[in-house]
Structure formats: structure tokens, C-alpha cells
Design a protein around this ligand. Structure first.
Ligand code: FAD
Length: 342
């Protein structure tokens, strides 16, 4: 047996020693700064960053495995830190002053980033508009969802320009002229991740903060490929729920999980990202099915006491509900509903 990648070992250590033991408590409060301090120190925030900026440039399989481990241990903490990887990849693929200013600091964990871009998927509706002003960019509109408010340092904020481009720029993640956050939302799951909405009323950012500007359809064609695949966090929650079952119940579910995961990851590794979209969406849906079977079995196994907010089974079931809609697009929703109606 080969030794696990050092970052997989780090994720496992954090999950076992820190995240899982406190997960029910965190779920009822908020992600502690101390959890994120440990994540910053662990090297996991630089997992996908280039080596020349201090990152690990780890393969996709390592990213998937660490995602499974962290999400299965404490979904709220996983969700706050997972936002960081899109800004890292955006800078790694880009160029210009913002890359030099931020990529090394994001890779080392000195800075933790959030993202505000899912609203770009509603195009041609434009929830956030970007215009040129005073040699920089002005943002107006409303970001419906922003996770990690008060926990992360910077945000990668997206809007659409008058020329129909998707524009991404970095801003400080704090109230400032032109940017006001709502109170953190109380949600059915992941309230602890401090998700807010953001009112943008003339937020001005210098041109040097722009990390990406591309025609919306070109950006959307790439983004679409990301939301076709099963999310490894779904397998992480399923695994955690299997841990609450007796062996007779767990064994067949474990076999189903292994099969769906194997097929989903094989497609990611072996086919080009644009190939087999229907199969990818079908596997995404099947991953949800296994996860929900596992979390439901955990609730049924534990009986009435699983309704206590301190019980692990109800937390995992609620976190699973959240994953059903996270990163949902019209395409993935249609595929999922189609499978449910059959
Ligand atoms: C707790 C929580 C935290 C989140 N945190 C973040 C975060 O930190 N950053 C972030 O960027 N996102 C975040 N999201 C957003 C999340 O990824 C979205 O919920 C998900 O992408 C689905 O979007 P929706 O529910 O806003 O869209 P819905 O309005 O339900 O739309 C779903 C899809 O339908 C299509 N669509 C909708 N309206 C239109 C339209 N008018 N024209 C064409 N197509 C349309 C789009 O494909 C869209 O993606 C968070 C969500 C939740 C629930």
C-alpha cells in the first residue's frame, strides 16, 4: 500500500482530531476561527496552487479525497474553506498584478478567500452589473449568497459588464463604501458557515484588482463543465452516515457508494471534461441517491433520539439536503428531477 499524499494525511488528522469531534456543536453555532487557523496552517489552502507560488499543485484525486474527508467531518468548515479554491485557480490561470499580489498569500493560507459568483449563472438576468468608473470598476446589484462573511479576508466578486463580459475582481471581505452585508442567514443547514447576501451600491475597485474578464458565454461554457460532475462532498457525507449503521445495513450501501464513486471519478479522470455530459449528470444524481439512502438509514437506525439537534444523523441528513442544491444549475436540476419522477 502506498502512503497517502501528505495533504490527505493532514486532512485526515484535522478531521479526526478537530473537526468531527466538534461538528454538532459547530453546526449549532458558527465555524470557529480556530478551525480555520488550523486549516490555514495545514497547507490545504494551497492544494491546487502552483508550486512556484508555494502551493502543492496536487492532482485532482487528492483534491477529491480531501474534500470527502473534510465534508464528512464538518460540512460547515469544509464549505467555508472550499470557496478558497476557485480564487486560487482563477489567479493560477490568469496574469497581471493581482496574481503577483495575492496568489502566494492565498496559497500559504495567510489570506482566506470567499467567492460571490453563482449569480452569473442566471444570465441573461444580471444581478450584479459592472461599469467603468474613474479608471476602475464599479459594482451595483445584489449578491444573493456569500459564505464565510466575517471568517474570510478577501472575496472574488463577479458581475457582468455592459459588453456582456463576466468580470471577476478581488475585494476586501468587509463592509465598506458601496458594499453592505445582511445579517448571517439562519438556514436549514450550514448556518454555521455564515452566509450573507451583499448589497452593492457603487462599490469601486481599481483595475489592478481584476482577475478575469471574458465574454460571458466563454466563461459559462467552462463553468458548465464543473457542475456536471458528482460533488466529492456528497460521498463524504454518505461515508460519514455509513459509520452510524450496523454492518448488515452498511455493507450493501457501501458497495453502491463505491460503484457510483468509481464510475464518477473514472469519467472525470479518463474522459475530456466536455464528453459524456448526460452520464456525468446521471452519476451526480445517483451519488445523491446513495447519500440520501445512507443519511436516511442513519436516522432510522438511531430512532427518535436522532431528532435531537446534538445527534450526528440529523446533522448529516440536513447537510445532505444542502448539497442537493449547492452549485445547482438548470441542467442539473432537470436531470435530478427527471430521475426522481421516473
Ligand atoms: C447556504 C448557501 C451558501 C452559498 N454560498 C455561496 C457563495 O459563497 N458563493 C456563491 O457564489 N454562491 C453561493 N451559493 C449559491 C449556490 O451555489 C446556488 O444556490 C446554486 O448555484 C443555485 O443557484 P440559486 O439557488 O441562486 O439559483 P436558482 O435561482 O434556483 O437557479 C438555479 C439555476 O437556474 C438557472 N437560472 C435561474 N434564473 C435564471 C434566469 N433568469 N435566466 C436563466 N437561467 C436562470 C441558472 O442555471 C441557475 O444556476 C450558496 C447557496 C447556499 C444555499
Amino acid at each position: 500500500m502506498t502512503a497517502p499524499h501528505p495533504l490527505v494525511a493532514q486532512a485526515r488528522r484535522l478531521a479526526d482530531d478537530l473537526l468531527a469531534p466538534h461538528a454538532e456543536q459547530v453546526d449549532q453555532g458558527e465555524v470557529p476561527v480556530g478551525h480555520l487557523t488550523e486549516i490555514r496552517r495545514s497547507g490545504l489552502l494551497g492544494l491546487q496552487a502552483p508550486r512556484e507560488y508555494g502551493g502543492a499543485a496536487a492532482p485532482g484525486a487528492v483534491f477529491r479525497e480531501t474534500t470527502e474527508i473534510l465534508a464528512g467531518a464538518c460540512c460547515s468548515t469544509w464549505f467555508v474553506q472550499t470557496q478558497h479554491h476557485t480564487p486560487v485557480l482563477t489567479l493560477a490561470k490568469g496574469e497581471g498584478p493581482v496574481r503577483e499580489r495575492l496568489l502566494g498569500r492565498l496559497a500559504s493560507g495567510e489570506l482566506l478567500s470567499g467567492v460571490a459568483y453563482a449569480h452569473l449563472r442566471a444570465f441573461p438576468r444580471v444581478p450584479v452589473r459592472v461599469t467603468r468608473e474613474r479608471g476602475g470598476r464599479r459594482f451595483d446589484g445584489k449578491v444573493p449568497w456569500y459564505t464565510g462573511w466575517g471568517l474570510n479576508d478577501v472575496m472574488l466578486l463577479a458581475g457582468v459588464t455592459d459588453a456582456g463580459e463576466a468580470l471577476f475582481a478581488f475585494a476586501d471581505a468587509r463592509d465598506q463604501p458601496g458594499l453592505r452585508a445582511s445579517a448571517p442567514m439562519r438556514l436549514a443547514a450550514l448556518t454555521a458557515a455564515r452566509t450573507v447576501s451583499l448589497e452593492l451600491d457603487g462599490l469601486w475597485l481599481p483595475e489592478e484588482s481584476v482577475a478575469l474578464c471574458a465574454p460571458h458565454d466563454r466563461w459559462a461554457a467552462q463553468d458548465r463543465l464543473k457542475t456536471l460532475n458528482a460533488n466529492p462532498a456528497v460521498f463524504g457525507i454518505a461515508e460519514a452516515a455509513l459509520g452510524l449503521l450496523d454492518e448488515d445495513t452498511a455493507t450493501p450501501l457501501r458497495a453502491r457508494l463505491a460503484e457510483v464513486r468509481h464510475q464518477a471519478y473514472a469519467l472525470i479522470d479518463e474522459a475530456a471534461p466536455h464528453e459524456h455530459p448526460e452520464e456525468r449528470l446521471a452519476l451526480r444524481t445517483r451519488a445523491y441517491d446513495v447519500m440520501q439512502a445512507a443519511t436516511t438509514a442513519a436516522v432510522v437506525t438511531g430512532g427518535g433520539r436522532t431528532m435531537l439537534l446534538t445527534h450526528r444523523a440529523q446533522r448529516l441528513a440536513r447537510e445532505g439536503l444542502f448539497l442537493l442544491v449547492q452549485g445547482q444549475t438548470r441542467e442539473s436540476r432537470t436531470a435530478h428531477l427527471g430521475a426522481l419522477a421516473r
